[in-house]
Structures are given as C-alpha cells and as structure tokens.
Design a protein around this ligand. Structure first.
Ligand code: AMP
Length: 222
C-alpha cells in the first residue's frame, strides 16, 4: 500500500506515520527527515536545503522528487510506503504519480489530517524532537535524553529551528498557498482522499486513520 499523509505542519503526520507504517507493514518516507539528516551531515543536498528549511519555505520540487524517486527504487519500498510530508505542491503530486507508475504502482489513499491553526500553534510551541531519531515529543524538557522506548539512540530533545514562531507562521502560509491546492488536484484525479479529525488522543487518531483505510472495524461495529 502507498499512502500519503497530508496536513498542516504540526497536524500529527510525524506522530502517526510510524504507527500506520507498522500497521501496514511498510516503511516511512519522510522528506523532512531525509533533509534534516542531510543538513546534519553537511552533504550537498543538506547545504542546498538548509536555507529553505530554516525559514519555513519549501525546498524546490526537483530536489524533493529526486529524493522520492531514489527512495522508491529501493527494494525496501517494494511493498509500499507511508509518505510523510511528501506532496506539498501540485508538481510534486504529478511527479509522484509518474514515479509510482514507473514502478508499476499507484497511490492507494491520501489521509488528510484535519486541524485548525490555533491548535497547530499550541502544539508546535510545546513540541521537541530527538536530534537522533527525529521522533516528536510533547510535555518534555529541552536537552532531556530521547524518551523513545527500547535501546537508547543517544539522542537528546531539541526544538526544530523551523518550529520557532516566525517560521511556523511562514509554514502555515506556505501550506495554504502551495500545499492546499494539491487536495483539489487529487480529487480531480480520482484519488481516494480521506479526512481524519486530527484533534484528540494519539491512539484515537491512529484508529480513525486505520478505519479510513479499511484496516480497523468501523466505530460502533460489533
Ligand atoms: P517536515 O518535517 O515535513 O515538516 O519538513 C520540514 C521542512 O523540510 C519543510 O518546512 C520544508 O522546508 C522541507 N520539506 C520537507 N518535505 C518537503 C516537500 N515535500 N517539499 C518541499 N519542502 C519539503
């Protein structure tokens, strides 16, 4: 299965992606994580992406589509993918469609995580991420060790530079201007677009997403 997680920055895509990937038995492709790793390593990709990312702007489509095509050609994505944060512009939607067609696949669903701006700002201002595994956490202290269960990855909790208030405002504006039109594009192209209420407990949101994918019983079903 190939699914796209769609929604504003801070809508919970990064929190839900590992849960949905586990349920579907496919890996995650998160362009934001690929780019942050490249910035950290100081690769040419990272050097190109950094200035866009720091101010909350989008990295050029050609760069993103290069990452997506390269990833989807790897054997580990042969069974599908959870795409987190990919498809933020119409050219990316078109490019992803072509890349999937080339490997004999199609997009199974677009899950739209629905949440208002006030809740986004509240969430992002309380969010820190692990500087090693990139997992987001709330209700935690900067500098604390990564609280992810299991063996320690040696990471510590930090605020993402693009989670500073000015960058968040830019990212929300970019979402409205460049990313929202992608939904209309998918609807016109007959994609299965499912709205998920993204406010509430993390487990409940996962259940809603799985129900939308037909992978969990409908609410109230016996
Ligand atoms: P994210 O972790 O998905 O919020 O992405 C963090 C930042 O990486 C974004 O604000 C963009 O600067 C960049 N980025 C990640 N994915 C994309 C994409 N599909 N298109 C353009 N820029 C992206």
């Amino acid at each position: 299965m190939v699914i796209v997680l769609f929604g504003k920055p801070g809508a919970g895509k990064g929190t839900q992606a590992p849960r949905l990937a586990e349920a579907l038995g496919v890996p995650i492709l998160a362009t934001g994580d690929v780019l942050r790793a490249a910035v950290k390593e100081g690769t040419p990709l990272g050097l190109e992406a950094k200035s866009f990312m720091d101010r909350g702007a989008l990295v050029p489509d050609t760069v993103i589509l290069g990452i997506v095509k390269e990833a989807l050609s790897q054997p580990r994505f042969a069974r599908g993918a959870v795409l987190d944060g990919v498809v933020r512009t119409v050219p990316q939607a078109e490019g992803l469609e072509r890349a999937l067609r080339e490997i004999g696949r199609g997009l199974d669903a677009v899950l739209v995580f629905d949440i208002d701006d006030e809740e986004i700002v509240r969430r992002i201002s309380g969010r820190l991420v692990c500087d090693a595994c990139q997992t987001p956490f709330t209700g935690v202290e900067p500098g604390a060790p990564c609280p992810k269960p299991g063996p320690s990855d040696g990471g510590h909790l930090v605020r993402r530079k693009d989670d500073e208030p000015d960058a968040v405002r830019t990212r929300l504006q970019v979402y409205r201007d460049q990313t929202l039109p992608v939904l209309a594009w998918y609807q016109q192209h007959g994609a299965r677009v499912q709205q998920i209420d993204a406010v509430g407990a993390v487990d409940d949101i996962t259940s809603r997403a799985l129900r939308a994918l037909g992978l969990a019983p409908a609410q109230g079903a016996a």
